[in-house]
Write a protein that binds this ligand. Structure first.
Ligand code: PEP
Ligand code: MG
Length: 582
């Protein structure tokens, strides 16, 4: 029989690295309704006011967004929610109870608002039952805002967070309390929470299915983000083994950092543009330390940890300006908000297929006022002339042309106001929907550059949800259709003489890099923490040789054959570069 110390669970290696620490089981429910005694009444009442004010602010922004798209009638739900937040009877009942009972404000809020929803649910009228969801919604919004405040003020405690699913904003929030790793029951390799974990350099293993049922608070956990394995209460021998691996890994990282000032050039002298992605502002430090030559993708939606409220023009301007100045003279490609999919939508639309729904450019074109705020902020920040602008989720030319009209409108406005901006701001698009890949040459006539988003391209090309661990084995970057499509995009871009880059996670996979360079890709943008390793791979590649490798791979017709061919190349040519990595 296996002892408790030998329990090993296997999932998907979502963010590399190794950590050993105590488990913290994060159950949303547990956070939301904690019933604790209040010692400082003023502080408790102030927390209540802050959570209510933040919720009002979010709802006002959501209301203005929803009104454009959903019409007055459906948007009225959010207006009604704001009214509930201002209801004097409800507010005074909550405040009186906190004062008299000295119980945690979130507990009282939950208890009071639940009285309404319980009554409504008990009603025989369908309308009442449906409205109870809206009230539930507002309750959860307030509770979430309590939680954020609490987490931000909590002292660092170095835990490994174990949870059923994790959102991108949870990932950021936990990193602020020094989380050492993430372990989840559900989720896929390129889900946005996994991407954020990689950006933050925090190991993550996702899709374990039984993590929350097998692990208890304070269990000692080893997380191996390279192999996708976790160990619960490991024995001394295993613990020592992993402690040694951590030391070795630190040595590897410091060796890699020695390359930081060297160019990303192949052994036969071809220079590759190696840029970094930027998902959250905290990453700026790593980007500059690792000496990426610029930023190939700023995920603007990720810069605003809250996800529920859009920053206004002035707030955005400041952020974009700061990034531009810190990277100058390096290029900074700012992507328009890619909201939707698994990047939580501020309006809960209950879309049946969010990845095929109201996401990216679709949402922006339906909300021109929101889109214009972002474009104006980018234009105003572009005076150093190192900013480029990129559009997500483009499926047709009409979307590019409509965006260009809006950019023009913004330029006219700024001109009239006498505000400076870069008149030659480059415009590019993500190639991440199969229709865009097919139409690459037509797109190339409309834009200055393109960047391949493999995370979505693979998902849409192979019809495999990027965030669903059940089908993760079918999410294959070396599927022949993927390799041939990437080749089609690169060749199309070359014929049209526009720069083709790649900013999806495939560009950061050491095994994919020789193939990509062999296919003719000259620009890669990878998560900041992956820059040194990818540079090392590039510096050990011979261009002619990988061109041969790519040619062979293009002629193969199964994923297994391509995978085997690439591993054979690695074993022959790059074994020294990878042998100490995993
Ligand atoms: C992609 O789809 O590859 C990409 C870079 O965009 P995101 O991961 O933000 O969808
Ligand atoms: Mg994408």
């Amino acid at each position: 029989m296996k002892t408790e110390s030998e329990i090993m669970l296997k999932g998907i290696a979502a963010a590399p690295g190794i950590a050993i620490s105590k488990a913290y089981i994060y159950a949303r429910q547990k956070e939301e309704v904690a019933d604790s005694a209040v010692t400082d009444l003023d502080e408790a009442l102030e927390m209540l006011d802050t959570a209510l004010e933040q919720s009002r602010k979010e709802l006002r922004k959501i209301f203005s967004l929803a009104v454009d798209k959903l019409g007055e009638k459906r948007a009225a739900i959010f207006e009604a929610q704001i009214m509930i937040l201002d209801d004097p009877i409800l507010l005074s009942t909550i405040k009186n109870r906190i004062t008299n009972e000295r119980r945690a404000p979130e507990y009282i809020v939950n208890d009071e608002i639940s009285k309404y929803t319980d009554l409504m649910n008990a009603s025989h009228e369908l309308y009442m039952k449906e409205r109870s969801h809206d009230i539930e919604d507002i309750k959860n919004r307030i509770l979430r805002n309590f939680k954020k405040k609490k987490w931000k003020s909590r002292i660092a405690n170095d835990v490994i967070v174990v949870t059923s699913t994790i959102t991108p904003s949870d990932t950021v929030l936990f990193s602020r309390v020094n989380a050492k790793g993430y372990v989840t029951d559900f989720g896929g390799l390129t889900s946005h929470a996994a991407i954020v974990a990689r950006s933050l350099n925090i190991p993550a293993v996702v899709g374990l299915h039984e993590a929350t049922s097998r692990i208890k608070d304070d269990d000692l956990i080893i997380i191996d983000g390279f192999k996708g394995e976790i160990f619960i209460n490991p024995d001394e021998k295993l613990l020592k083994e992993y402690q040694k691996k951590i030391v070795k890994l630190a040595q590897r990282d410091s060796d890699l950092l020695k390359l930081k000032d060297l160019p990303a050039v192949t052994s036969d002298g071809k220079e590759i543009q190696l840029l970094s992605n930027l998902d959250i502002l905290d990453e700026m430090e790593i980007v500059t330390q690792h000496c990426a030559r610029g930023i190939g993708l700023v995920r603007t939606e990720g810069l605003f940890e809250e996800y529920e409220a859009f920053p206004d023009e002035e707030e955005q301007f400041k952020v974009y300006k700061e990034i531009s100045e810190r990277m100058f003279p390096g290029t900074v490609i700012i992507r328009a908000f890619d909201i939707g999919g698994d990047k939580v939508l501020p309006v809960d639309l209950h879309e049946p297929n969010p990845f095929l729904g109201w996401r990216g450019i679709r949402l922006l074109l339906d909300n021109p006022s929101l889109f214009k705020k972002q474009i104006r902020a980018i234009l105003r920040a572009s005076t150093h002339k190192n900013i480029k602008f990129m559009l997500p989720m483009i499926a047709s030319l009409a979307e590019i042309r409509r965006t260009k009209e809006i950019v023009k409108e913004c330029q006219e406005e700024l001109k009239k106001e006498g505000t400076a901006f870069d008149k030659h701001l480059s415009l590019g698009v993500m190639i991440e929907i199969p229709s865009a890949a097919v139409l690459i040459k037509d797109f190339a006539k409309e834009v200055d550059f393109v960047s391949i988003g493999t995370n979505d391209l693979i998902q849409y090309l192979l019809a495999v949800d990027r965030g669903n661990e059940i089908v993760s084995a079918l999410y294959q970057e070396f599927h022949p259709a993927v390799v041939q499509t990437i080749n089609h995009i690169i060749q199309g871009g070359k014929e049209s003489k526009i720069l083709v880059s790649m900013c999806g996670a495939m560009a950061a996979d050491p095994f994919a890099v020789p193939l990509l360079i062999g296919l003719g890709l000259e620009s890669l943008s990878v998560s900041a923490s992956a820059v040194p390793l990818i540079k090392r791979i590039i510096r050990n590649i011979d261009c002619k040789e990988v061109q041969g490798l790519a040619k062979e791979c293009l002629a193969l017709s199964t994923e297994k054959e391509i995978n085997d061919r690439i591993h054979k190349y690695f074993n022959h040519k790059l074994q020294d570069q990878i042998k100490n990595l995993y």
